[in-house]
Structure formats: C-alpha cells, structure tokens
Design a protein around this ligand. Sequence first.
Ligand code: ADP
Ligand code: MG
Length: 612
Amino acid sequence: MSDIIHLLPDSVANQIAAGEVVQRPASAVKELMENALDAGCSKIMLIVKDAGKTLIQVIDNGCGMSETDARMSFERHATSKIKKADDLFAIRTMGFRGEALASIAAIAQVELKTKRIGDEIGVRIDIEGSEIKHQEAVNCAEGTSIAVKNLFYNVPARRNFLKTDSVELRHIIDEFHRVSIPNPNIAFSLHHNNTEVFHLEPGTLKQRLMGLFGNSYNTRLVPVEENTGIVKIKGFVIKPDFAKKTRGEQFFFLNKRFIKNGYLHHAVQSAFEQLLPNDSFASYFLMLDVDPKTIDINIHPTKTEVKFEDEKAIYAFLRSTVKKSLGQFNISPSLDFDQEAHLYNMPLKPIDGIYRQPTIKVDENYNPFKTDKIPGAERELSNKSNWEKLYSRHADNQLAFEIKKEEESQQTINTDWDNDLHESNKKLTYQLHNKYILTHIKTGFMVIDQQGAHERILYERILDGFEKNKSATQQELFPKTIELNTPDFELVKELHSEIQTIGFDISEFGKNTFIIHGVPADTSAFDSVKLLEGLLENYKQNLLELKSDKRENLARSMARSTAIKSGKSLTQEEMHTIIDELFACRMPYSTPGGKPTITTFSSDDLDKRFKK
Ligand code: ADP
Ligand code: MG
C-alpha cells in the first residue's frame, strides 16, 4: 500500500489558519488597522460596505512596501517584524505572526496597492483564494491600501454564519475603538456605506474619547496617572454617576494593545467600591505600559489575553491609583446618584392623574382549562399555559388562590383579590422594609413585591400602547438634545418608530444627536436624557439575555427603567393604586421577566407555625 501522508497545499493550509485569525469582518478590520499602525502611519481610513461583508478597505500613509515585499506579505509566516525567537520578548509592534494577510487572502478577494515613501512607482496585486490573479506597476499614493472584498466568498458555511449587518457593524466599531483610543496622535476615519461614521483628528486622549463617545464625555472623565517601577498607568475612569448597567466601556490597553483581563477589571471595579449604584459597572480607558519582557502576548491568536509576570503587584497599583484619582476628584460615597434619585421621585399617578378602580375584562365563556382561543384576549393567549401553571403552583403550595369550581373564569382570576379581601380590612395595607406591600386576604395575607408589581403594570400599559399604536406624550418645555455614541445612535434610529410609539417625541439632529421634544406622559418626573439612556441600556442588556422582539424588549426595558424601585416608601393611596392596577393586569402574578410579584400565606400556615 502506498504512503498516504502529504503536505496540504498552501491555499488549504491558509484557509485553515484563516479560521483562527478571521472569524468575522471585524477580525479583518483589526488585522488591517494594526498593520497600518505597524507601518508607522499618521492617518488611517477605514471604509466598509454592508458591515464589511462586501468591502473592508484600509488606507494608510505608512512606510509602504517594495514590490517583492508586497508579494511576500501574502505568504504564511511572512513578517518583517521579528527575525528570531528572542524578538518575541521585545515586541512593540501589533503584529508579529505573519499570518493575517495570508489568512485574509485565502478567504476573500484582495486588492493591494502600495508605494514606499520616496519611490516613484508603486505596485498593485490582486489575489483571490490565495492565488495571485494580477500584478502591475501603478501610480498610487505613498503608503498602503488594502481592499478586502466578499469575505468568505469561498467558505459559504462561514458566510452564512455571519450575523445581521447591525451586529457585524457593532463588532467593527468595537475594533475601531480598540485601535483608535490608544493612538490619539493618529488621525482616523470610518465610512460605512458612504456615510462618515467617525472623523477623528489627532489630539489628546481626552479629545479622542470625546470624538468617539460624544462631547458629553468632557465632564464625565476623571484622569488617572501613576508611574511605578513596573507599570505606567495613564488614562481616564468615568465618574461613578455615569456608570452603566451593561458592561459598556471598559478598556485596558497594554503597551497600546487592547486586552481583556478579568483580574485587572476587578481591581478597578473594587476601587469604585460603594461609589457605584447596584449592578453597575465601572467604565474606564486605561493605558498600562510595561516592559515587553514581563508579559507573554503569545498565548492567543487574536491576542486579547495576556499573561503578566507581576499580576498581583499590577492589581494593587491599579486599584490604589484609581482610588486615589476618585478621591482627588472629590467623588465621595455621599454623592447622590441622579438616576436613582429620579426614580425615587417617580409619581405613581396614572397617565390621566385619576385613580381608578381596576377595570376587569370579563369573558363569561373563558375557561382557563380549555385549550381553544380566548376571545378578546389574544395577546396573552400564549400565556394560557402560564395561567394554568400559576393555578397549579398555587394549588400545589396550598396557597390562598384556590380555584373554586364555579368560578373558573378570567373574572375569577382578576377579582380574586377583591373577593378575598375582608371588606373591613380592604383599605389596610402595610409596607415592609419599603419593599413589600402586605395586605389581608380572606384566607390569610398576601405580600406584593412593589417593584416587580409596578414593572408588570407599566409593561402591560406599554404593550397596550403598542397595540393601539399610540401613547400619550408630554411635550418638553425646553427640548433637550442627547448625544450618543455611534452604535447607540444607530440603535435609536433602528428603533425610532417604536420609541415614538412609547410616547417619546424625538427627531434626528445632526451627527449622533437626537432632540427630545417630548416624553411619555407618565414619566415627566424623569430627566428625559437619562430616561432615554436608561431605556437603551436596559434594551441592550435584554438583547444579551433574550432574543425577544423589539416591542417586547422595549416594553420590558421601559417598564424596568421607570418602575418604582425597592426602597421607596409608599403612601396608602399609592399602595392601593399598585394593588388595583396589578390585579387589572392580564398576568398579575409575575414580572415581565418571569419573577413572582405576589406570594400569599394562609392562616392555616400560620396556625401550623403556632402549633394550633
Ligand atoms: P504581521 O503583521 O504579523 O507581520 P501580516 O500578515 O499582517 O503579518 O503582514 C505581513 C507583512 O506585510 C508585515 O510584516 C509587513 O511587513 C507587511 N505589511 C502588511 N501590511 C502593511 C502595511 N499596511 N504597510 C506596510 N507594510 C505592511
Ligand atoms: Mg499584521
């Protein structure tokens, strides 16, 4: 039998390597921008079409390549950046593996134009699936332009795996941030489908951050600077009152390379300690500079993970430096968190200001145990099984909401509370720990989670608004502008009509900015900018957790940001409103996220406890 082992052709080997290096358009963007940096340029233009699926082009004014180097650059393990293994420990360039161009050329149609500074003539090379298709001398600008077209054109499985344009564009913008932040002295621009998304002039780090995230960052940044023997730390943290609920803006750069490091993140997060509202994350842009000898960047092909020699010491320095900066800028725990304060002031009044008895939608024919459609209650129909579960859960636990045979109707469900209350005690409610509402029911007592209950109420109200295609808007006396970072701006554009339906009246106002003319009528106690920001934050957070549709997500997010919070003390009247409105809901027993809103205790339970 003949031998069966053979070397793979380069094109196949490169395609396999490409799997490691290029996962999506954003990975190619990263590699090409890093090459431009390594070429010592002062200006980088990034042009993408269809979120990089059709075109990714990077144009730099760096050193350029000779004709031979241009051809060589597409070979695997071809690099100008290291010569021997020892060089690995003194790396200051972004690349060094010599894999990127070979990988990209294996899975796309690439057009390279390059000319060295001082040369009269440049070269153009067209390469497709690792095969050089065309080469000619051209007259082009000094520097290099690489256009990558139809990424994964020859790997359909990969191409089909790509996400929607907005998701892929977000990844590209993430990479753009990661490369442009640590290089504020270099000019950058990003064009997507012929619109300029970013235009960044050379300047300071602060100016760069403002260019990327909006001018409002001017007042949000707290400088951080420290120079110790083993690490230089420089950059900014965001004031705690602007902290976000999603992980948001957390950037570590090690020798100008973006890295992820949970351990160091913890150092910064813990420096903020009690300064951050619950579940919020510290935001930061921190440059760490260490001797390349003391780190190993070679452990991951996409190189965002790094091993440090002195990790513990760096942790300690980082923590104390950030702490000191926060202290110096007088950001003390007594600071009140605007957003929370607004939430606490939230009035509980219904839209029209009139407290109403719960309205009960009665369908005489409804039987929760029948499987056919419930007329007049289509939307919550899908929750019918939940209803059943609720019943069985209550039954299982022998709780108060027993189903009485003759009352198997939706009416029973929505009026249980009313029927169950002792008339004389109906108006007696108690608030426990500013968190729970306690009230009597015939068979014992009921505890309502105030925040969860209010979320449920608002959620259904917002969904109703969607259904009717309109909610009440209250016009702002002084319209405010909100400046967003580009991904958020794009998101608001995408959600514009839905946001409008919730009751916001907003319009585009130049680059990355919206004007807020009006807000949903029952939210006038909130700062409109914070309200919209909070809505976006919740929306993004939900995107990570669930794949619900836009409206569902927006309703949940809005309910979440505007619901009264645990910790707010409530008047009797407010508690009654909550109870009444909760039981007018189609699905009062759980929050939109599925957590219980109500629990009951029977007097039997109590009797047992007292061994009666
Ligand atoms: P690496 O960056 O790891 O060296 P690449 O495959 O990314 O590997 O690039 C191979 C080589 O091509 C680089 O080492 C560099 O010499 C050259 N090169 C790539 N892009 C550029 C550019 N924009 N300007 C000048 N030279 C470049
Ligand atoms: Mg490279």
